[in-house]
Design a protein around this ligand. Structure first.
Ligand code: P6P
Length: 325
């Protein structure tokens, strides 16, 4: 029987601040608890609509609210956390403490899948908090390169946690007795791929460069790409990104003409930025179109951004098509 290193032991080997490790361990423990709540589904009466809408004007599922409360409560009780922000909360929430860290999160990404038993997940990002004063919304608006940790939990056939602090990206599997065990050390995304993830139903609304790229994939070996492509779309960013972490690929949620004033569907602070840090640290790339997502200076807490991420060489093919206009 293989002996696995657990999360606490793996973090102990990281040259990161002990307080930051406490924050990550708190989030990980809460994700383990969320996994059990999600897995109970209808048995705990936690499926279905909450009867409310969030700041995104999206109908909330009961589990959106339950998981948001679990993470908010855990972070408010975690000493090094000065403030938190959630997809489900309109405003940032200072904890009353100063210094340490700020945490942004999407407590249950892909929750439209929850009632049909398809993988969902939790995404989190950790930023340095300002010294000397309680954090305001402006203190959260830091470029993604400022993140000191980021990760996600994916609640699927296995529950896994994928996280990066100061160095590489490591994957942990939740054991039956509730421990995160290191099963996927030093994750690296293959630079080339023949697999793309995009919601094809939006095809007629895409910009020309995206349409040219996808058309090239669909022409397969009969076209300029000279190889056949496969397509996946889980409609849970966490599940699609996890697949890319495991076997390569590209994930795209580009701007489209359905709502021209909206840059994209995904949110910068607690979806695109943490996923972009993980992908870049694993050797992949993550762009909003022509430039790297991690370099964006946020203007608003819930701002949206177009996302193209994954296998580095394939992202460059997409970037060239988008640059061609
Ligand atoms: P669509 C889930 O709601 C989410 O924010 C991401 O997890 C996912 O990739 C995307 O939206 C799915 O969007 O338009 O395909 O339903």
């Amino acid at each position: 029987m293989t002996a696995f290193v657990d999360l606490a032991a793996r973090l102990a080997a990281e040259p990161a601040d002990a307080a930051l490790k406490d924050v990550v361990l708190t989030i990980a423990e809460t994700c383990a608890q969320i996994s059990r709540v999600v897995a109970s589904g209808a048995l705990s009466g936690s499926l279905g609509a909450a009867g409310s809408t969030n700041v995104q004007d999206e109908e909330q599922k009961k589990l959106d609210v339950i998981t948001n409360d679990m993470l908010s409560d855990a972070l408010k009780a975690c000493g090094p956390v000065a403030g938190l922000a959630s997809e489900e909360l309109e405003e940032v929430e200072p904890t009353g403490r100063v210094g340490g860290y700020l945490v942004t999160f999407d407590p249950l990404d892909g929750s439209s899948n929850i009632d049909v038993n398809v993988s969902v997940g939790t995404i989190f990002s950790v930023l340095p908090a300002p010294a000397g004063h309680a954090p305001t919304e402006g203190d959260f608006l830091q470029p993604g390169r400022n993140q000191v940790a980021a990760g996600y939990a994916v609640y699927g056939p296995q529950t896994m946690l994928v996280v990066t602090l100061s160095g590489g990206v490591n994957g942990f599997t939740l054991s039956a007795d509730g421990r995160w065990l290191l099963t996927h050390p030093d994750l690296a995304i293959k630079p080339d791929t023949a697999e793309f993830a995009i919601n094809m139903s939006n095809q007629r609304h895409w910009a020309p460069g995206v349409r040219r790229y996808i058309d090239g994939c669909l022409q397969g070996k009969d076209g300029a790409r000279g190889k056949n492509f496969n397509m996946r779309w889980v409609a849970s960013m966490v599940a699609d990104v996890h697949r890319i972490m495991m076997r390569g690929g590209v994930f795209m949620y580009p701007w489209d003409a359905r709502e021209p004033d909206k840059p994209g569907k995904l949110r910068l602070m607690y979806e695109a930025n943490p996923m972009s840090l993980l992908v870049e640290r694993a050797g992949g790339k993550s762009i909003e179109g022509l430039t790297e997502i991690l370099d964006i200076k946020p203007a608003k807490l819930h701002q949206r951004v177009p996302v193209v991420l994954g296998s580095a060489n394939e992202v460059e093919v997409i970037r060239a098509e988008m640059r061609a206009g």
